[in-house]
Design a protein around this ligand. Structure first.
Ligand code: F6R
Length: 224
């Protein structure tokens, strides 16, 4: 899976050296990032003109925090390839306001969009980025209040659950769907069920339209 997915991305970069790539964190893309690094070392992939846009980041969090997605991306990909630091974009967990960080990120996406390719993983419950089941489909980057179960699940990576950020910044489904191509990587028997539902199940979400878009939970800056 990782090799095929990396080849797909490398081909895209070869055809479009100025590609803008939407990237994800999590365990699923780790093998794919190793393959991309190998392709760079072997001279098959040149990232010098590529721009990257990460899906999500905790809020608030310092970039130097080993649990930040900024740190994850540097460790697992960026510092091993020739991507220009100025072309790397990750929602800013250090911004003085979560909503301000979302607006700033949307602005960057709009300026350079649409993304050439969006790489995605999927959660066991079908979440994409930090967009959980029931969240709005029409939204751009927004600040999510993490559920208690997510905070508890993530506490294993922090000293204790009080250290886990209570919010996260995530690209919305609308931003994601605007990419020219979407590459979804899914592995493991435990994800078979949700993959089957995602591919063949009915398209549903628990919230629609204006009422949800204007609720305090949903920051749909570009809603139509
Ligand atoms: C991370 C992200 C998440 C993960 C998902 C699956 O940037 O977007 O939605 O893709 O939680 O995570 P893993 O790959 O660890 O199973």
């Amino acid at each position: 899976m990782s090799k095929r997915a990396a080849d797909f991305i490398v081909q895209e970069i070869q055809q479009h050296p100025n590609s803008s790539l939407g990237l994800a964190t999590g365990s699923t893309p780790l093998g794919l990032y190793k393959e991309l690094i190998n392709s760079y070392i072997q001279g098959k992939a040149d990232f010098s003109k590529v721009s990257t846009y990460n899906l999500d980041e905790y809020y608030p969090i310092q970039k130097v925090n080993p649990q930040s997605y900024d740190h994850f991306m540097n460790e697992n990909l960026f510092r091993h390839i020739n991507v220009e630091p100025s072309r790397i974009h990750i929602p800013n967990g250090e911004h003085s306001s979560a909503e301000g960080a979302c607006l700033a990120y949307d602005e960057e996406l709009r300026r350079n969009g649409p993304l050439t390719l969006q790489l995605l993983g999927i959660g066991l419950n079908g979440h994409i980025g930090f967009n959980e089941p029931g969240d709005c489909f029409a939204g751009s980057t927004w600040a999510v209040d993490l559920s208690l179960s997510t905070i508890e699940a993530n506490s294993r990576f922090f000293e204790d659950s009080s250290q886990v950020p209570k919010r996260a910044l995530t690209m919305g489904i609308k931003d994601i769907m605007q990419a020219n191509k979407i590459l979804l990587v899914v592995s493991g028997a435990q994800k078979a069920d949700i993959l089957q539902k995602s591919l063949y199940g009915p398209i549903t979400h628990a919230c629609t339209g204006f009422r949800v878009a204007t609720s305090s939970k949903c920051y749909c800056y570009n809603r139509q």
